[in-house]
Ligand binder design. Structure first.
Ligand code: FAD
Length: 486
């Protein structure tokens, strides 16, 4: 693609942020038109933005390694710096005599003001400073309802968005990049010195077994999904014991793949999985767009109830139950399996995310923000938009939310979506020998059944920390309080 830059004979900077990829990277393509390119990634002090959680830091380390290898193959190294981009980018531009700085938009409201200020500052210094799309299929401030507000309900949002989602064609990677001539003038940092990997203790073994961070891993996952798993997605995506979903969320969160690439691959596949499966999958990717639409138009989404009626909700201060929830020791097998899957692999199946979030906010009456924070720290796909929007959705305080009085029964959910108990057996091995009819409610099993399965309640596996019926009544009473107060 030919680009109109004023001085392509001068070097350009491409600033990587959460777009850790070489393909479909418009900022990189723009920079490649220049005589040489300096790719840079800056580790920012958290400042206004929220520091990445532990699981995403682990991912970031490996993803930067992968990006660095990819850029190296094209001809130029990735420079790592720490500090404030508002200082570092202009300084780097001066050092290399750059005429342009390019980046892809990240949309996180926490960065918005700083990114716009930097753009103006660079332009004031007569540099080209240009940002591009890619992270999303749409610009989150563009779509408006008939009454001129942002969308708060998913279906009309998707109806408005879908006709245009394929407008943006993914771009190829540049064939090569010319390195800056005096690379030795640039003192980048060593990735290992950033301490992104956990050490004492190193809890990342399960993450490494489950994932391959980086662009190659992302594309392998996409093609495996389309070829082998998309068939039946519509029905099987709710069954946590089977590997039926794409597993693309951490790759999307780190920008190793774009939604446009996913849509393009879906269009071009000759796998004729039922059109309904394909449509369902596209729609799920649409939920990510919706979450970003909500966050960008309501930047307080991760901290404040979307529905202010919930501001007076009588949340409980119950650190003991919170610890049981985090550790997967609530006595409800499906909740415990989910929380342990999260801890071991950095990911949890969507159906189970809904069950554990409902359990925390309704059975335990613990504020959704506490759960959101734990997910933020432990999920490899932790995303400021999807995480906050989903927690608020489950808690009942969000836009287009599930009504608060819809309280999941963890036993029935388990029996419905994990009828054979495969998911429980995998993540709660102490219940592996329980028969199907009691695996979701071991407390109801006769003594001899427990003994035959080697389960001693209160010893090898906990008693339920709350009674379902009591918890449900308590949650409804708490909800009634805010309804009456409104
Ligand atoms: P697939 O079923 O293969 O879906 C494809 C893609 O669509 C996903 O990668 C994701 O980008 C998007 N998607 C699917 N479902 C949703 C959804 N409900 N909301 C938003 N996007 C969706 N997703 C995150 O990416 N980051 C989070 O921090 C996050 N936190 C969540 C917290 C709670 C309480 C809940 C209920 C859901 C959360 N989700 C989050 C949404 C969803 O659980 C994950 O996106 C999904 O499980 C990822 O697995 P997958 O890639 O195999 O999904």
């Amino acid at each position: 693609m030919e680009r109109d830059t004023s001085h392509p004979q001068d070097p350009a900077i491409v600033w990587f942020r959460n777009d850790l990829r070489i393909q479909d990277n418009e900022a990189l393509v723009a920079a490649a038109q220049h005589s040489s390119v300096v790719p840079v990634y800056i580790r920012q002090a958290s400042g206004a933005a929220r520091a990445l959680g532990g699981a995403r830091q682990w991912w970031l380390h490996h993803s930067l390694e992968s990006l660095s290898r990819g850029l190296g193959k094209l001809g130029t190294p990735l420079i790592l710096l720490s500090g404030d981009p508002a200082d570092l980018i202009p300084e780097l531009a001066r050092t290399i005599g750059a005429s342009a700085v390019y980046w892809n938009r990240r949309y996180d409201p926490a960065f918005q003001a700083a990114d716009s200020a930097l753009k103006s500052e660079l332009q004031a210094q007569n540099l080209v400073a240009e940002s591009f799309a890619g992270q999303l299929l749409h610009e989150p401030t563009r779509l408006r309802t008939g009454s001129g507000t942002f969308y708060k309900v998913y279906s009309p949002f998707w109806r408005a968005l879908e006709p245009g989602v394929e407008n943006r064609q993914p771009l190829d990677a540049p064939e090569s990049l010319t390195p800056y001539a005096n690379l030795s003038d640039l003192s980048g940092e060593a990735l290992d010195s950033w301490g992104l990997l956990p050490e004492k203790p190193d809890w990342s073994g399960g993450l490494a077994d489950a994932w391959t961070p980086g662009e190659t891993g992302a594309h392998e996952r996409l093609s495996d999904f389309i070829e082998d798993r998309m068939q039946g997605y519509g029905d099987r995506r709710d069954i946590p014991g089977v590997d039926a979903t794409s597993g693309l969320s951490p790759h999307l969160a780190n920008g190793e793949i774009t939604p446009a690439q996913i849509f393009e691959a879906l269009k071009n596949t000759d796998n004729d999985a039922a059109p309904a499966d394909r449509t369902k999958f596209r729609k799920e990717v649409g939920w990510r767009e919706f979450a970003w639409h909500l966050l960008v138009n309501n930047p307080a989404l991760p901290e404040k109830n979307h529905n202010s009626k919930f501001d007076d909700f009588p949340w409980a201060d119950d650190s003991r139950s919170l610890i049981s929830w985090k550790k997967g020791r609530t006595g409800y097998p499906v909740v415990d399996a989910g929380m342990r899957q999260l801890w071991q692999t950095g990911w949890m199946h969507n159906r189970v995310r809904m069950i554990v979030a409902s359990f925390l906010t309704k059975h335990l009456l613990i504020d959704w923000r506490t759960g959101e924070n734990w997910f933020w720290d432990t999920l490899v796909d932790a995303d400021p938009a999807s995480n906050a929007a989903s927690w608020q959705w489950v808690a009942g305080s969000g836009a287009d939310a599930a009504p608060y009085f819809r309280i999941f029964n963890p036993v029935l959910q388990g029996e419905k979506f994990d009828a054979e108990g495969d998911y429980i057996r995998r993540f709660v091995p102490e219940l592996a020998q329980m028969p199907n009819n009691f695996i979701h409610k071991p407390w109801a099993a006769p003594e001899q059944v427990l003994a035959a399965a080697g389960v001693r309640l209160g010893d090898t596996y906990p008693h339920p920390i709350v009674d379902h019926k009591l918890a449900r009544d308590r949650a409804l009473a708490a909800y009634q309080q805010i309804k009456e107060a409104a």
